[in-house]
Design a binder for this molecule. Structure first.
Ligand SMILES: Cc1cc2nc3c(=O)[nH]c(=O)nc-3n(C[C@H](O)[C@H](O)[C@H](O)COP(=O)(O)OP(=O)(O)OC[C@H]3O[C@@H](n4cnc5c(N)ncnc54)[C@H](O)[C@@H]3O)c2cc1C
Length: 238
């Protein structure tokens, strides 16, 4: 099961972002502005920064997460996001005497296939252990391990990148495991920075339409909206 814990973050992250934004148009410095900003002013400022696309100031707040219980399939998707720092448990230095792995629900639901899946994973792990016993280094024996294997990592991401990544990975067109991961990342951010947490949402909620080829159904695609408008115009309703 995906586990996410926020282990550290920029103190007072929303006020830090707001103070940074105010610095650009104020004779006062950031520490003075930090003290003056009311929660209402912070809220208003963050709303304006988001709607006007002035997102660079969101880089001043960073969040560090402990992430466990995800497959290497998902960690591979995760580290494609480059504006972040990652430290992942090494399969070179950690010998995997126990091999925890993820079983997707689609496979878990098919009794026979689930049994064969488990058999295959256990067979791969047995060979891995046999190779370690034969003196093969863990860094080479690991080539036989499946992508289903669980991994642990630490991720640090600033708020701007969190907004961007959640727009992509909370979209239901993304794979279920990374969606679950970012739902938990969002919940952790919301706990300490609710205004910011509310901005961690799929891109369609910001756009008001789906920009994928096929919509999950929450919002229509741009093509569907255009088609609807054309129909309304030709039927005289528009
Ligand atoms: C649903 C889904 C399906 C996907 N399928 C595939 C697939 O089939 N194959 C595949 O290879 N990948 C796939 N990806 C990964 C995708 O192509 C991106 O690599 C990944 O989402 C990282 O996003 P990013 O490049 O926007 O942003 P990040 O790496 O998160 O960077 C954030 C932003 O910083 C800027 N930036 C970062 N680096 C640079 C740079 N070098 N130059 C200029 N600007 C930069 C860009 O504006 C970028 O949007 C998929 C992603 C999703 C969400």
């Amino acid at each position: 099961m995906v586990y996410v814990a926020l282990i550290s973050y920029t103190p007072d992250p929303e006020r830090t972002i707001a103070a940074a934004a105010r610095v650009s148009a104020s004779p006062a410095g950031a520490s003075q502005l930090m003290q003056k900003l009311t929660p209402q002013a912070v809220d208003r400022l963050l709303t304006r920064l988001i709607s006007s696309g002035h997102l660079s100031v969101f880089e001043h707040a960073s969040f560090t997460f402990a992430i466990e219980g995800i497959s290497r399939v998902t960690s591979h998707q995760l580290v494609r996001h480059r504006m972040a720092s990652y430290t992942q448990q090494s399969q070179r230095y950690v010998s995997l005497k126990d091999f925890d792995y993820i079983t997707p629900a689609t496979i878990g639901a098919k009794h026979d296939l689930k049994a064969r899946y488990q058999e295959m994973v256990h067979a791969a792990h047995s060979l891995y252990l046999e190779m370690l016993d034969a003196g093969i280094p863990a860094e080479d024996a690991r080539y036989v391990l499946p992508q289903a294997g669980e991994t642990k990592l630490v991720m640090t991401m600033n708020a701007r990148e969190l907004i961007h990544v959640c727009a992509l990975r909370l979209c239901l067109r993304a794979q279920w495991e990374i969606v679950e991961l970012f739902e938990k990342v969002k919940a952790e951010v919301e706990r300490v920075a609710p205004r910011l947490g509310a901005e961690l949402k799929p891109k369609c909620y910001r756009l008001g339409y789906c920009d994928e080829a096929v919509s999950c159904g929450i919002f229509p695609t741009a093509a569907e909206i255009a088609e609807r408008k054309t129909k309304e115009l030709t039927s005289g309703k528009g």
